[in-house]
Write a protein that binds this ligand. Structure first.
Ligand code: THU
Length: 160
């Protein structure tokens, strides 16, 4: 019986190793994607049209198909017509892919404390994102990075 037992122990260790390896790979993939998303949000902030507030925002969303779409805030002299970076990015994603799920979003700003999405954008995003959407807030000025689950930021979604 000994060789069989040995083989079983060996098989178990291999399986355990594979499990740990897979887990590390998925952590690495997640980190790499988050890095790409944050970089994209920071880059698109340069295109922000914010002559009134001078507050520039860039956003990048990741869809369930694995694609990244970016958006920046676009202000208007009729202030209410202003569109936030987050909704701009989501609009691009939905226009290209239909109402695909959004699995992560990065938002870049230049205030010391990185800007969280406004309540209007949270409600807007809630139709395309679940509570487990990853939210990365990054300040280009201070380097502060905050990480939330969408469910923490938007616990009570209005639905019809
Ligand atoms: N802004 C965004 O782009 N996203 C937010 O979630 C908060 C606010 C923009 C809108 C406006 O152009 C500027 O920031 C100041 O409110």
């Amino acid at each position: 019986p000994f060789p069989e037992q040995g083989a079983q122990v060996f098989k178990n260790s291999i399986e355990e190793f594979n499990g740990i390896f897979e887990h590390l790979c998925s952590l690495f993939r997640e980190r790499t994607l988050a890095g790409q998303l944050i970089k994209s949000a920071g880059a698109v902030l340069e295109n922000a049209y914010a002559p009134y507030s001078k507050y520039r925002v860039g956003a990048a969303v990741l869809t369930s198909n694995g694609n990244i779409y970016t958006g920046c805030n676009v202000e208007n002299a009729s202030f209410g017509a202003t569109i936030c970076a987050e909704r701009g990015a989501a609009m691009k994603a939905i226009s290209e892919e239909g109402s695909c799920g959004i699995t992560a979003i990065a938002i870049a700003s230049e205030s010391e404390e990185p800007a969280p999405p406004c309540a209007l954008c949270r409600q807007f995003l809630s139709e395309f994102a679940g509570p487990d959407m990853q939210v990365y807030l990054y300040s280009l000025a201070s380097g502060v990075l905050r990480h939330y689950n969408f469910g923490t930021l938007m616990p009570h979604v209005f639905e019809l």
